[in-house]
Design a protein around this ligand. Structure first.
Ligand code: NDP
Length: 249
């Protein structure tokens, strides 16, 4: 095992763009060593460079979160290389939207593999190094779709709701080990994921959002960074909704 890294070490999945990039940058500003994870190495390098250019510490690991052997190996490798793993942010996610009558088995399975099973494998692997360090923060990025459902997103909403249940269960199991687990439910946030949606859907979202606008990745990162902080030590099993007042639940 390598020499122990001085800073707390955080893994952020889906850190190559969007919400994950914003979370990685926030944790870098908090003084964490941020391990940026996704599939696109070039984009990850750019995010890690931005963190180090700003005076932080970061490194890059490519991993496909739907490749469950690779996910387990990734977590073990990071914990070995740094002698610790303190923070896990499960942010990587995909959509394969379709109405229920048309949804294929493949669309269901792909979303479950990345958005749910990948999260389970990562959490399970992260718990051992966190227990060794007697401190841990798990933050799972869910969605308002998990809370209220969404037409065309039966697969995605189900996976994200299961992530909340998983998060609460980890919180109950791990409270005695000083490991917290919380979820963040973003509303409509301006990223590549939502950019592709038709204008009619975007207009409707604005209408049903109290603040009358879309959210920014940094506004989700602020919630995630709080939940990953030292100060959030008495917050566990919680679901923080950051949706501009879209759902109010
Ligand atoms: P983006 O599509 O902009 O980014 C997704 C990120 O996940 C990318 O970094 C992508 O990197 C990574 N990723 C996707 N699939 C995999 C995979 N199989 N293995 C590893 N990394 C992967 O999404 P957002 O930033 O908008 O979303 C981030 C999270 O927030 C997701 O979990 C999403 O479900 C959730 N969310 C987003 C909302 C929104 O309005 N934007 C609303 C509610 C929840 P790469 O392609 O390089 O692998």
């Amino acid at each position: 095992m390598a020499e122990k890294t001085q800073q707390r070490v955080a893994i952020v999945t889906g850190a190559s763009r969007g919400i994950g990039e914003a979370i990685a940058r926030s944790l870098g500003e908090q003084g964490r060593h941020v391990v940026c994870v996704a599939r696109n190495a070039e984009k990850l390098d750019a995010v890690a460079k931005a963190i180090t250019d700003a005076g932080g510490h970061a490194s890059v690991k490519t991993c496909d979160m739907s490749d469950h052997t690779a996910v387990g190996a990734l977590i073990d490798t990071v914990a070995d290389e740094h002698g610790r793993l303190d923070i896990l942010i499960n942010n990587a996610g995909i959509t394969r939207d379709n109405l229920m009558l048309r949804m294929s088995d493949a669309e269901w399975d792909e979303v479950m593999q990345t958005n749910l099973r990948g999260v389970f494998i990562a959490c399970r692997a992260a718990l051992r190094p966190m227990m060794r360090g007697k401190w841990g923060r798990i933050v799972n990025i869910s969605s308002v779709s998990a809370l209220v459902g969404n037409a065309g997103q039966g697969n995605y909403a189900a996976a994200k709701a299961a992530v909340i249940a998983l998060t609460k269960s980890i919180a109950k199991e791990m409270g005695g080990k000083n490991i917290t687990a919380n979820a963040v439910c973003p509303g409509f946030i301006e990223t590549d994921m939502t950019d592709v949606l038709p204008a009619s859907i975007k207009d409707n979202v604005k209408k049903i959002t109290a603040l009358g606008r879309f959210g920014k990745p940094q506004e989700i990162a602020a919630a995630a960074a709080y939940l990953a902080s030292e100060e959030a030590g008495y917050t566990t099993g919680q679901v923080i909704t950051v949706d501009g007042g879209m759902t109010m639940c």
